[in-house]
Unconditional design. Structure first.
Length: 320
């Protein structure tokens, strides 16, 4: 029975070659630093996973809704967008024009039905305004003529009054002479012919006085009538001008109707901001077509978002 050696043959041979020395592996100095850096990063990563937190990102859909709602500006009738008066993002006050719609038909290249009607109404208005001016001028001339007549009658009446004063004096003197000559005629110192001549002169003075008085009464009556006519000029003028004014008002109403028939202006019902303009100039629209969206100027926007079910657990009130 043979015994197995305790050590391998290679180990024995290696032990016999000790004079050649041990084999040592050389490790560069930079490798130690790299190893330490990798270990440090690993430790930091583990610490972050254990103690740190992170925000998960999700892409969600939704829309913005104003708290006071959206104002929809719609066309009231069929037509063509003539012009836009506001652009998206503009802040417009209440009553501001948003868009103009042309409603009437085109008669030719340069004229529409409403423009022809408006031209006819403008000509009628010019004629009525000329009538107004002529009417005012006629009443001014009539008033001036009556005022001149009043002044003339007043001057004539003043003259008649002065004449009456003189004639009264002459009649008094003539009557006194007749009385004095009557006594002389009774005594025979004055002929009957001379006495009759004196009496005739006295009667002539009285007749002249009565004639002047009659003329003064006629002038006074004419003066009163002229003053009444002068006083009635104002109401007559006002009535005539009021009649023409009613006709002008009717023309204005017709003009407004023609303008409305030819064009409609869409305005903002309240102060708002133009959010969206949905038409372009020249576009044909039907009644009820949405022209623009307006947001109330003092209304805040609220976002309504639809998050997936997998992200619901990460959401809480107050998140930004």
């Amino acid at each position: 029975m043979s015994l197995q050696p305790l050590f391998r043959k290679e180990a024995v041979e290696h032990r016999g070659q000790r004079l050649l020395g041990d084999v040592l592996l050389h490790v560069p100095a930079g490798a130690r630093w790299v190893t330490m850096l990798v270990v440090l990063v690993f430790l930091l990563l583990m610490a972050f996973l254990v103690f740190g937190s992170y925000a998960r990102r999700e892409t969600v859909g939704g829309w913005l809704r104003p708290e006071r709602g959206v104002i929809r500006v719609e066309a009231q009738s069929d037509g063509v967008v003539d012009s836009l008066h506001a652009a998206e993002g503009d802040l417009v006050p209440r009553g501001a024009q948003i868009a103009s719609l042309r409603l009437d038909g085109q008669l030719d290249r340069e004229q529409t039905l409403s423009s022809r009607l408006l031209g006819d109404i403008a000509r009628e208005r010019a004629q009525m305004e000329q009538q107004q001016d002529a009417l005012r001028a006629r009443f001014r001339a009539r008033e001036a003529r009556l005022r001149d007549q009043v002044q003339s009658f007043e001057a004539e009446i003043a003259q008649f009054r002065r004449q009456l004063v003189t004639l009264d004096r002459r009649a008094e003197l003539a009557q006194r002479q007749v009385s004095d000559q009557a006594d002389l005629a009774k005594q025979g110192y004055l002929s009957r012919r001379d006495a009759d001549r004196l009496e005739d002169a006295a009667l002539a003075v009285v007749a002249s006085r009565e004639s002047v008085r009659q003329d003064m009464l006629e002038r006074d009556t004419a003066l009163r009538n002229t003053r009444l006519e002068l006083a009635s000029i104002g109401p007559e003028r006002d009535a005539a001008l009021a009649e023409l004014g009613e006709k002008l008002a009717s023309l204005d109403q017709r003009s407004t109707e023609a303008t409305r028939r030819g064009q409609v202006v869409l305005v903002a019902p309240i102060a708002a901001r133009v959010a969206n303009v949905r038409v372009e100039p020249g576009a044909a629209v039907k009644a009820g077509t949405l022209v623009a969206d307006l947001l109330p100027a003092d209304s805040a926007l609220r976002a309504e978002l639809f998050a997936p079910s997998r992200a619901i657990g990460f959401l809480k009130s107050g998140d930004e």
